[in-house]
Design a binder for this molecule. Structure first.
Ligand code: MLT
Length: 408
């Protein structure tokens, strides 16, 4: 008899965004005339930058010619992209990385989901609450947690509540943990972590021989230059941190798929008997077995982000979305809502009004304003009573959505 991985049965019904899509589709079927505005999933709407498209085309042309055709590429990514990433993303911030420390991939979702499988099942994990659901769900699937309680909190996870009191940026817990998920600029709260807090986390990880999984997928949205873009700006972070970066939101690659993960050679995990193991080598082993790399034209397209034109066009897109975030913030302020984020991060995190829980507010907004957002409870128990608005949308739609929310 074939048996199922019963850890999957511990998961709550569906993944958050398909659940929102399902409810939205049901509403749209029942109200075919409603002009629904979607500010739920953070999916970009502006087309790929022209410099990126041009390089994408060149990559495709190379594949059409026997002289330049490429078959399997390196699983870790092409040197031309890895070197462009290091030279443009890290060196200007004083971070030196070797080519073999950067792994190009098809998304930070996959990488932040897959990375846990190279660590022991007996590790204690610490996860912010609310949080990008992938971190929790993948650890549940792997069997690193117990069952969920009625609030949806899983046994054995150390939750780090993110609240207005701690500016949605919690300090390390008193007890030791082994694997720590941090995401800054934060999804979903739009919070950022300063140098002081990140230093505390790095010191904590050094002290406890823990590893920090640092999701920096939204770093390009930082405006305040005192805020670190990379955890490697913190001394000794290269010994304890793995960092995820993405082309999705900054350069519009949500549908094209390209991202990267940095695994410094100095990062170590240990055997049960305490022998150190290079995590970089294990991740490389995992990737070479399970992944055949990102397609060549996509990597050509990603490298074009670092040309002068690419850089300028990406900046224009980020500015566009951040202006949308400002419109959302101002609209919420005018309508009397408390809100956070949206200044150095795209997402705006708002308190639900009148004691409504976050799914009740979701329903109200959909039914009365025909606006879709993301209920905070979908990101964890501590997200209850909050709601996330994504600024990744068309300007007119954002303005209309804000007007409708104001008229609620
Ligand atoms: C989100 O809306 O939280 C993101 O779009 C999800 C993702 O990047 O996978």
């Amino acid at each position: 008899m074939i048996t199922i991985n019963e850890h999957y049965l511990k998961l709550k019904a569906g993944y958050l965004f398909p659940e929102i899509a399902r409810r939205t589709a049901a509403f749209a079927r029942a109200h075919p005339d409603a002009r629904i505005i979607r500010l739920g999933i953070g999916d970009v709407t502006l087309p790929l930058p022209p410099a990126v498209i041009e390089a994408f085309h060149r990559g495709v042309e190379d594949m059409a010619d026997a002289k330049t055709f490429r078959g399997y590429g390196p699983e870790q990514g092409y040197e031309f992209l890895i070197q462009a990433v290091i030279a443009n993303e890290f060196q200007p911030r004083g971070v030196e990385l070797g080519d073999d420390e950067v792994f190009i991939s098809d998304g930070s979702k996959c990488d932040s989901a897959n990375i846990q499988e190279i660590f022991g099942l007996d590790n204690t994990i610490a996860i912010c609450d609310p949080v990008y659901p992938v971190y929790v769900d993948t650890n549940v699937m792997a069997g690193r947690t117990g069952a969920a309680d009625e609030r949806g909190c899983y046994d054995k996870i150390v939750y780090l509540p993110c609240t207005p009191q701690n500016h949605f940026a919690p300090a390390p817990p008193a007890k030791p943990v082994d694997l720590i998920y941090l995401c800054y600029p934060n999804n979903p709260t739009g919070a950022v972590a300063g140098r002081e807090l990140l230093t505390k986390w790095v010191d904590y990880a050094l002290e406890h021989r823990a590893i920090i999984l640092y999701d920096a997928a939204y770093e390009a949205f930082i405006r305040d230059e005192t805020i670190p873009h990379s955890i490697y700006e913190i001394p000794r972070a290269r010994e304890v941190a793995i960092e995820f970066r993405s082309f999705s939101k900054s350069a519009g690659f949500t549908g094209t798929r390209c991202a990267l993960t940095v695994v410094p050679r100095k990062v170590k995990a240990y055997t049960k008997s305490g022998a150190p193991v290079e995590v970089n080598a294990i991740w490389n082993r995992r990737q070479t077995t399970k992944f055949n790399g990102v397609s060549y034209p996509v990597q050509c397209a990603a490298a074009a982000v670092y040309t002068d034109a690419g850089r300028r066009q990406v900046r224009e897109r980020i500015d566009y979305y951040m202006e949308n975030a400002r419109i959302i913030r101002d609209g919420l302020t005018a309508a009397g809502y408390s809100h956070y984020g949206g200044e150095n991060a795209p997402y705006v995190w708002c308190r639900t009004p009148d004691g409504l829980d976050s799914w009740q507010f979701f329903d109200l907004l959909l039914e009365k304003a025909h606006v879709v957002g993301t209920p905070g409870a979908g990101f964890g128990a501590a997200g209850e009573g909050f709601f996330r608005f994504s600024p990744f949308g068309d300007r007119d739609n954002i303005q209309t959505a804000v007007d409708r929310i104001g008229n609620l």
